[in-house]
Design a protein around this ligand. Structure first.
Ligand code: ZN
Length: 275
């Protein structure tokens, strides 16, 4: 089985320190390709550096380049040019993480919207896909996306945790949906279960968002409480169950979807355990 984790915050200090061992465990678990999430100009540069450090062939590790809504206050006149330079590098495959977070509001909303619009314009100019973050802001995100959608090749709402209405609106805009271990959370993720089968196979991708969102159903639980790409099969199994698919079917579908979305190469896997 081959899986692709489309959301890994590998530059996060809790993961970066153990990156080599973590990547080996991912490989052994069948997670053969990873897309590292860039959340600021500096983190996007660091993500690309990690791709180069741990995958000199450029076939297994890829990254995004963008400014997260939490970091939108850092957006300045130099940000666009810095991201544009990164997006010209072979292993950088999408604009983002960008979007709106009206839940935590770590940056003022007008600044979040400005940073998002500038990044969508950049994606349109470069004809690159977009990795979107949205929390408690689906209405506003949809309004902004209306203006850009026709000019974007593709966009994924990563870590979708919303309600049916938001999901359908995103699918109507022909967006992709990223699903995390949120669906393994019996306290706040069960509303997603009946929605999972409504996501077309060609629009669904899986991600850990590690080190965040450790799947609560995972046994045994890691003592450090940290999520990592090797736990992606836990999410695969939970999503497959609610879609009445086998994990193998869903893995084939989501891997093909991620490869098409990010333009990733098909690779042969030699050391992954078959399960
Ligand atoms: Zn996010």
């Amino acid at each position: 089985m081959q899986l692709i984790d489309i959301g890994v915050n590998l530059t996060h200090p809790s993961l970066a320190a153990h990156a080599e061992a973590l990547l080996e465990r991912a490989q052994a678990a069948g997670v053969c390709q990873l897309v590292l999430t860039g959340t600021s100009v500096a983190e996007s540069e660091a993500s690309l550096a990690m791709c180069r450090q741990f995958d000199s062939e450029g076939s297994r590790l890829f990254s995004t380049a963008g400014v997260h809504p939490h970091d939108a206050s850092s957006w300045n006149s130099a940000s666009r040019a810095a991201l544009k330079a990164l997006l010209g590098e072979a292993q950088v495959r999408a604009v983002g993480e960008c979007g709106l977070d009206f839940d935590r509001d770590f940056s003022p909303r007008p600044l979040q919207e400005k940073a998002l619009e500038e990044q969508l314009a950049l994606a349109a100019e470069l004809r690159m896909p977009v990795f979107l973050h949205e929390r408690s802001a689906s209405q506003r995100l949809l309004e902004i996306l209306q203006d850009f959608r026709a000019h974007l090749p593709a966009a994924v709402v990563h870590c979708f945790t919303g309600e049916r209405q938001a999901l359908y609106a995103y699918l109507d805009l022909d967006l992709h949906i990223g699903i995390t271990g949120w669906v393994c959370d019996e306290r706040r993720g069960t509303h997603l279960h009946p929605l999972l089968k409504d996501i077309p196979g060609k629009r669904l991708m899986l991600e850990t968002d590690s080190p965040f969102l450790l799947p609560r159903s995972l046994r045994p639980k890691p003592k450090n409480g940290r999520n990592e790409p090797a736990f992606l099969p836990e999410i695969l199994h939970e999503v497959a169950r609610h879609r009445s698919q086998t994990p193998e079917q869903l893995a084939t579908q989501t891997t093909a979807c991620a490869r098409a979305f990010f333009g990733l190469p098909v690779i042969s896997v030699t050391n992954a355990q078959e399960s």
